[in-house]
Design a protein around this ligand. Structure first.
Ligand SMILES: CC(C)(COP(=O)(O)OP(=O)(O)OC[C@H]1O[C@@H](n2cnc3c(N)ncnc32)[C@H](O)[C@@H]1OP(=O)(O)O)[C@@H](O)C(=O)NCCC(=O)NCCS
Length: 417
């Protein structure tokens, strides 16, 4: 037997074999429309994202939509015999899952089916902070309006800690370097978004749509009262609800929650992914576009202290994000076909991008003055002026592309909350 070829046959991509399903009714067990796949699995099955030892492997991870009662099922056509693989055992899938799903996982389909009937008993915990209707295209393409509710939880009781142990594992399949928050640290607050729907018996039920956490980060802990920043992290919308504009509504509602708090200095987002930054830009730019002091004329005159004050006072955007939002709106106000106007815009952004490198440029100029050309070769790690200009230009172009995407999206979907 060619052991290597056989081992390959028994090695599968762990992202491919996992199937999630949110089951609202028994009929959904056979409905592929409520299935979804993970985006990553290295935080569960290891860096290679492979599972060894099984043929035609399928790992089903089913949940009821509100209580998140689970059903796990591992199916395969064949499993390796360690005697034929130099004693190597097939990977222990259940063990890998148990490291993440710390509760007693359910393997009985009957128990799962019974639990579907208990969904109407589930009521979200915490304070209802926002309720809204939102239209999305249905399978037929016609718009369909649904009701959503957002709950905030400040202090966790034991039921909530146990509920979190069912919510948080989802993050590991979708966010790189996701981690579970320390539930003993009371500086965390938790936000849960639900779809409110009626089941086949017309009973009101809730389905989890999204989740986010906010950390209370003190900036001046010793003043009275202390000032602080809400730091939003781990924003997550379940795949079945992604791409419908619900993430932006979650983010906006969380920000609104803190706007009236005098102790809050500014609102930040922890290490946003590209998708998260896109969502944040869309929401923040939509809000700034409505500020009286942020009209086209003011935008074209430059980023004034009055504009900066208005955005801090009314939206509590942090400095960096406020400046980014200004650049996006200014691009929207710029006629890109007007050579002078467009050049002014490019310079404005490039000057900002170049500012942190100016120290290197000055250092290089000083070296140029005091060293001979052959001595300068020792410093070959420093970019030439042309290399710097090229890098700056490509950095600018990348930003411009991201900014135009946000502006385009605002034209397609006016943001409402
Ligand atoms: C990042 C994330 C939170 C965004 O949430 P989301 O609800 O999917 O975001 P959106 O619905 O706004 O999705 C954007 C797309 O929806 C489209 N869209 C459809 N209907 C829309 C509407 N009514 N309003 C706004 N946008 C809408 C947008 O045009 C956009 O499409 P585009 O990329 O082609 O421009 C979500 O995708 C997610 O959880 N990802 C995995 C986890 C993650 O990366 N989290 C971030 C960690 S910080």
């Amino acid at each position: 037997m060619d052991v290597l070829a056989e081992a390959e046959k028994y090695t599968v991509d762990s992202n491919e074999v996992v199937e999630f399903k949110m089951v609202k009714s028994v009929a959904d067990l056979d409905n592929d429309a409520c299935s979804f796949k993970p985006e990553m699995s290295h935080q569960i099955f290891g860096q290679q994202e492979t599972i060894f030892g099984y043929l035609d492997l399928k790992i089903k991870l089913y949940f009821t939509p509100g209580r998140l009662f689970d059903y796990v099922n591992i199916e395969y056509a064949d499993k390796v015999d360690p005697d034929q693989f130099n004693g190597v055992e097939p990977d222990n899938i259940m063990e890998a899952l148990k490291k993440v799903y710390t509760f007693e996982m359910n393997t009985s389909l009957d128990k799962f089916v019974t639990s579907i009937d208990k969904e109407p008993h589930f009521k979200p915990s915490g304070e209802l902070i926002h309720s809204f209707k939102h239209s999305t295209a249905s399978e037929s393409g016609a718009p369909r309006e649904k009701t959503y509710e957002l709950y905030s939880v400040q202090n966790l009781d034991s039921d909530m800690v146990s509920y979190l142990s069912r919510v948080q594992p989802f993050l590991l399949w979708y966010i790189d370097c996701a981690c579970f928050v320390d539930t003993d640290d009371d500086r965390w607050s938790y936000f849960f978004m639900y779809e409110k729907y009626q089941n086949d018996s017309r009973e009101v039920c809730y389905a989890l749509v999204g989740y986010a956490t906010v950390y209370k980060y003190f900036t001046t802990p010793f003043t009275q009262p202390p000032s602080w920043r809400p730091r939003i992290s781990q924003v997550f919308i379940l795949p079945l609800y992604q791409g419908q504009g619900l993430g932006p509504r979650l983010y906006r509602s969380i920000c609104d929650r803190f706007l009236g708090d005098k102790e809050v200095v500014s609102i930040t987002v922890e290490d946003p992914s590209e998708e998260c930054q896109y969502m944040r830009d869309y929401v923040d730019v939509s809000a700034c576009a409505k500020l009286p002091g942020w009209g086209k004329q003011q935008l074209l005159k430059g980023y004034s202290p009055e504009m900066e004050k208005e955005v801090f006072d009314k939206l509590k955007l942090c400095k960096k994000q406020a400046r980014r939002v200004y650049e996006i709106l200014r691009l929207g106000a710029t006629n890109m076909n007007n050579t002078v106007e467009y050049k002014q815009y490019r310079l404005l952004v490039k000057n900002r991008l170049n500012a942190p490198h100016q120290k290197d440029v000055n250092y290089q100029k000083r070296l140029n003055r005091v060293l001979k050309p052959e001595e300068m070769k020792t410093f070959s790690c420093l970019d030439t002026e042309q290399q710097r200009k090229d890098k700056l230009h490509s950095e600018y172009k990348e930003l411009e592309k991201a900014y135009l995407k946000v502006l385009q999206r605002m034209r397609e979907h006016a943001f409402e909350n």
